[in-house]
Ligand binder design. Structure first.
Ligand code: ADQ
Length: 735
């Protein structure tokens, strides 16, 4: 079986120095948990830095550590203190991090750090190249390793590389500022699949690729010099069960067993029944909007004096990057704001802000999630924000309200939260008031929906979907190269053509003979096309049929002067040249239990979409979902349905913002087969560009020459890349 390796800046273990050497401590973070399940399942290695500078270790110590980690299938990348300073704290955290979070004023453009970043990325890639074999998959994580995908791909093109960016990808206007933008993109484009938390980041990335590299992009596929690279969004989840179960168990403990924090919290609530807790948790980072949050809380206190003495903001900030100047300034600002609020509104019995500047043990974290009435999460920019999801998972009784910044990736999945602009103090103050006065029924209803969704798309599901998508893109790449019509393949097809006595040729219209037009009625045939068709028709051995989803009136009009056969509306109507229009029908619906779960999965991943069930069809509606993302999803859905529809005798119809799956009986395949029945053809050929043409590709008898236009998955035997290629192919037939 092909292995799957993980590459990340850090290994999923940290090292603790003991008298007799170093001890391994397992990381409990969400990513470590999710990834561990992946690389162990697929027998791969985890490649990363151990967290200890290589110059602090003697060769003996270093060997012992490597050995210990190797037993856990971890491969270390040694990094010196200087390298950490320049690659990690420098280029990663002082250049990429601020730029990608739109803090351009903090970006450090140090060429020295850039050189080290390249060198260290190369070292990571070299370690990967030592362990990865042809056919293996490698999943690279995050902004510290943007160059690694290309460094692997250029040496081992047969390794499938996935990359996931955990932070936002900025708009092109911001990304272009970076002097090394071309190199960074090139590095990322070494991957076969690029994952982002949300569609906006994916869209920004594709736009930078288009502008800086000029590659053609069809939906979310990049056609780069003979390779197909796919970008997609995978909103990262959490280990839901872990938070849910811990939350239930800490609340069941007896008073004696409870943590000090738990007891303190209970004391707080006991003093008065209308006391409320607002919770705020993050790393102390300028992207998290902590000062703005404190100011908004101050505004709330100012506006609503009736809450004085009753509401407390518990603010946890995990120390982070403390040596960097911007972080030191931030800490000072936060300290002062907390002091100011507590000085203004506090008294001996009441502290409005409880501020903890430290990491908390997991159990305490969950206690806080469990016991806080409101989660106040207001980053200025945040790739995803897992705290919001952890809060949801810990709410055993389904109460609690989230006040959430629209700038966090997670906001896309949490329509039930109160969404705010993190700079707007008045809006946040109002949102807090609304959250604190929200009726319990409403809280439970909103939380219920959130829990259902967040539980379903856990970190395991997320990782699984990424791995599946990686497999999928590998297959697409292989298939395209195998099926492409090269000169020698054309020679064989043409030889059969020349030797045949009676040929049936089926040609789809839009996307095959003519390029798409914004207005479908403007996609009229031009002189070149008429000329090509007339030349084919002039050969007495040819029976040529246009087979299209279009209505019969349009095709009748366009081809009035051409002696050609027409099949319209996906096979509903059929007219042989010189004859009358005919039609056919037939229905059943025992296929629904098979198709419904597929549609449900798309509902999960496309917020705002839903399923409608009719007597003989299931419809996926996406009008209310994000427009650009849903188009991509619609395409994927059709792609996925392809395999199922053939076997179940179904058809897929695309309407305005809907995809409808209905009982078969009518499709291009059936129509084409009916057409050739008793025709004694010894040469069958079908060309088409979309999913409706797949019916022909699948159902025409063996030996038919089936040609897909475009790079997507297909059951056709051959592929051509564009309408121009189709026209050239048809013109050269018989030459
Ligand atoms: P982060 O910026 O670190 O991650 P986030 O996603 O919120 O942000 O994760 C923070 C984690 O730290 C949470 O799991 C939380 O429980 C934990 N944590 C926070 N405060 C803590 C405390 N005081 N004590 C102990 N633990 C604490 C980056 C991106 C995010 C993206 C993640 C995952 O910036 O946008 O969601 O990666 O891709």
């Amino acid at each position: 079986m092909s292995k799957l390796h993980i590459v990340a800046n850090r290994l999923p273990y940290s090292l603790k120095k003991e008298a007799d050497g170093y001890e391994l401590i397992e990381s409990v973070g969400g990513l470590a948990t999710g990834m561990k399940s992946v690389y162990t399942e697929y027998g791969g290695k985890w490649i990363g830095w151990s967290g200890v500078n290589s110059d602090e270790l003697s060769p003996k110590e270093s060997d012992a550590i490597d050995q210990k980690l190797l037993e856990k299938s971890c491969v270390t990348v040694p990094l010196s203190e200087q390298e950490i300073l320049e690659y990690y704290e420098g280029f990663s955290n002082k250049t990429v991090w601020p730029l990608f979070h739109y803090f351009t004023q903090y970006v450090d453009y140090s060429p020295v750090n850039w050189e080290t970043y390249k060198r260290v990325n190369q070292r990571f890639a070299d370690r990967v190249l030592e362990v990865a074999e042809d056919g293996d998959r490698v999943w690279v994580h995050d902004y510290q390793l943007l160059l690694v995908p290309e460094m692997i791909k250029s040496k081992k093109p047969n390794v499938t590389v996935g990359f996931f960016l955990h932070i936002p990808f900025p708009s092109y206007e911001v990304f272009r500022i970076l002097p090394w933008r071309m190199e960074l993109l090139k590095g990322m484009l070494g991957a076969d699949l690029l994952g982002f938390h949300i569609y906006d980041y994916e869209r920004h990335f594709l736009s930078s690729v288009r502008r800086l590299y000029g590659y053609e992009i069809a939906f979310n596929e990049i056609h780069a010099d003979n390779r197909i690279i796919k970008a997609d969004s995978f909103p990262m989840g959490i280990d839901y069960a872990k938070f849910k179960n811990t939350s239930a168990s800490v609340m069941q403990k007896t008073i004696q067993e409870r943590s000090e924090l738990h007891k303190e919290l209970e004391k707080y609530f006991m003093t008065s029944p209308d006391r409320r807790l607002i919770l705020s948790i993050d790393r102390l980072d300028y992207t998290k909007g902590i000062p703005q949050r404190l100011k908004a809380f101050r505004k709330f206190m100012e506006k609503y004096p009736e809450f004085h003495g009753k509401v407390t903001l518990v603010m946890l900030a995990v120390p982070s990057r403390g040596q960097v100047e911007e972080y030191m300034m931030l800490k000072k600002e936060v300290d002062e704001l907390v002091g100011n609020i507590n000085g203004t509104y506090g008294n001996i019995n009441y502290t409005p802000v409880w501020y903890f500047y430290r990491a908390m043990p997991f159990e305490n974290l969950v206690e806080l999630y469990n016991m806080s009435d409101v989660a106040l999460i207001t980053p200025l920019r945040d790739g995803m924000n897992l705290v919001a999801k952890e809060y949801v998972a810990s709410r055993g009784n389904q109460t609690g309200v989230i006040v959430l910044s629209e700038m966090a990736g997670v906001a896309k999945e949490m329509g039930e939260a109160i969404i705010i602009n993190p700079i707007n103090e008045d809006e946040i103050a109002e949102a807090l008031h609304r959250a604190l006065t929200m009726p319990l029924d409403e809280q439970k209803q909103r939380m219920g929906y959130l829990q259902e969704r967040i539980q379903r798309y856990s970190v395991y599901k997320w990782a699984g979907e990424f791995v599946d998508a990686l497999e999928n893109v590998k297959r697409i790449q292989k298939e395209f190269l195998v099926k492409k019509i090269t000169n020698s393949v054309f020679g064989e097809i043409n030889k059969r053509y020349v030797n045949a006595a009676k040929r049936a040729i089926f040609l789809d219209y839009d996307g095959t003979l003519t390029a798409f037009h914004k207005n479908p009625q403007e996609a009229t045939p031009n002189d070149e096309l008429y000329e090509i068709l007339n030349k084919l028709l002039a050969d007495q051995k040819n029976t040529v049929t246009i087979i299209s989803g279009r209505d019969r009136y349009t095709l009748e009009k366009w081809f009035a002067d051409v002696p050609i056969n027409l099949i319209c509306e996906h096979g509903v109507w059929l007219r042989k040249h010189g004859g009358e229009w005919q039609t056919l029908t037939n229905v059943n619906n025992d296929w629904m239990p098979v198709i419904r779960p597929v549609l449900e999965r798309f509902v999960d991943r496309t917020p705002g979409s839903f399923i409608e069930e009719k007597n003989y069809s299931l419809v996926w509606h996406y009008r209310k979902a994000e427009p650009e993302q849903s188009l991509i999803r619609a395409n994927e859905l059709k792609d996925e349905l392809l395999d199922l529809v053939g076997n179940l005798n179904l058809e897929i119809m695309e309407g305005s913002k809907v995809i409808e799956v209905k009982s078969g009986g009518i499709n291009k395949g059936i129509a084409a087969n009916q057409f050739i029945h008793n025709g004694n053809f010894d040469y069958l050929m079908a060309m088409g560009d979309d999913w409706t043409d797949e019916y022909m590709f699948k159902e025409l008898p063996d030996g038919a020459i089936t040609i897909k236009v475009g790079i997507q998955r297909t059951s056709a035997n051959y592929k051509l890349e564009s309408v121009d290629a189709v026209r050239k192919f048809l013109r050269n037939l018989g030459e």
